[in-house]
Design a protein around this ligand. Sequence first.
Ligand code: FAD
Length: 517
Amino acid sequence: GFVTDRSHLCSNHPFATSTVPPDSGSYNILSSLETLSLDGHFIFDNIHHAAKDFGNRYHFLPLAVLHPKSVSDISSTIKHVFEMGPASELTVAARGHGHSLEGQAQAHRGIIINMESLRVPEMHVHTGKLPYVDVSGGELWINILHETLKHGLTPKSWTDYLHLTVGGTLSNAGISGQAFRHGPQISNVYQLEVVTGKGEVVTCSDKQNADLFYAVLGGLGQFGIITRARISLEPAPKMVKWIRVLYSDFSVFTKDQEHLILSENSFNYIEGFVIINRTGLLNNWRSSFNPKDPLQASQFNSDGRTLFCLEMATYFNPDETDIMDQKTESLLSKLSYLPSTLFLSEISYLEFLDRVHISELKLRAKGLWEIPHPWLNLLIPKSRIHDFAKKVFGNILTDTSNGPILIYPVNKSKWNNRTSLVTPDEDVFYLVAFLTSAMPSSTGTDGLDHILTQNKRILNFCEKAHLGMKQYLPHYSTQEEWQAHFGPRWKVFVQRKSAYDPLAILAPGQRIFQKAL
Ligand code: FAD
């Protein structure tokens, strides 16, 4: 038989690693995979990259990596695993761009499906009244942007970083500064093609196989592999006015943010972030950098104070500059930011959306991209955001932040509550993202242990204070914790699992269900 040690699946050890060579049972599996007739191919050697992700903390080695060339490659493989029955512990994980944080796209001694190899369907933009684009589940958002811009069109809702796959973000939500207006990416999909945990290929939408459609959206890869998505588009602007203003008072900051996300004719993009304790430049910031550049606002020095930066953007075309300026001015005139902290710039729409890639290149050049990322993403109900801020920014994270902390509200009326994603129980809630980097082998405040302890303190506080917080990109190690995360929706989640992936073959790295229990 096929024997594996699965004890690590419940371990919380950040560097859990498996490098055990395949045993004889595994060899049987490998040779059985080789008998499948495929358009693409399996790789069995040098597959360590599939045991790595952006989080850089979990490393589970698979047995094989499938490079699919067709949807039927994926379907045949899963069918094959399904037919082995519950006695086999073989699992399958789709791997998008591998930008998970805690091994979610990994499968210990399982099969990884390298989704970026799936080049079908070829991207196809449909113009017309309700424009959309059909893309492969393994397509990167940056490629979709380039392709749709050729037709003067663009997806509506984004993530801050575009080198992520469609299947990867739709399995979570896809949240950025457009979400208050359009909802997350999972609210902007018309149709999916999915390969279920039984190997069936199913087309689904709000009208057709709706239960599977909503299960898969925000479904953490538990119900099927997204092989194709139909994404809604709108006319693309050419330019973006990018604006940052600063606040020293958290209440004033959130009041303005909430006002903006609930206003009718608001900005196109609204986010915000926290600036903790950068000393030395506050008094001479006007002379030390160009106040018109919004990038500089994040380097703004607070002399030990915590500041809050509100970030906004207006989309426009060059022939509408006057109207856009008037609108921007009128919106800004209603805000109560610190006088003389208005940072403005104009850049192309493409540059604006791909802005984080610039930081990636800089960090890569310094060897600071492929280091551990103990990120923590939380959704906090509006009614408790002040309690949260008081404790977290006033007590837990007073000295330093080891990376950006994003904080912005979204409007739940734009989110479809039939998806698998769970959010707080209020009409408005905040995304708070601690995007920390840990210095390898540091034992100081920038080391992994220190950051993980801080994360734990934040999570413990949320729980003790009954904030009604929900984790985004959730990570838990026991089923009880998952049950608590889903709350009253756990029952439906389990029902959907038994309908679409009854043997719990898919996305084992999420650690929600275990195969062959
Ligand atoms: P992977 O890590 O490869 O996979 C994620 C999960 O989805 C795994 O469980 C995997 O098995 C499953 N999966 C992958 N492909 C498929 C598929 N085709 N069908 C079914 N399941 C699949 N998120 C936001 O919402 N907003 C942001 O602004 C944002 N910014 C980010 C910035 C950076 C630098 C990084 C690293 C991440 C960011 N994220 C953001 C989080 C990101 O959306 C998720 O980590 C996402 O899962 C990454 O996509 P991926 O293609 O790398 O997925």
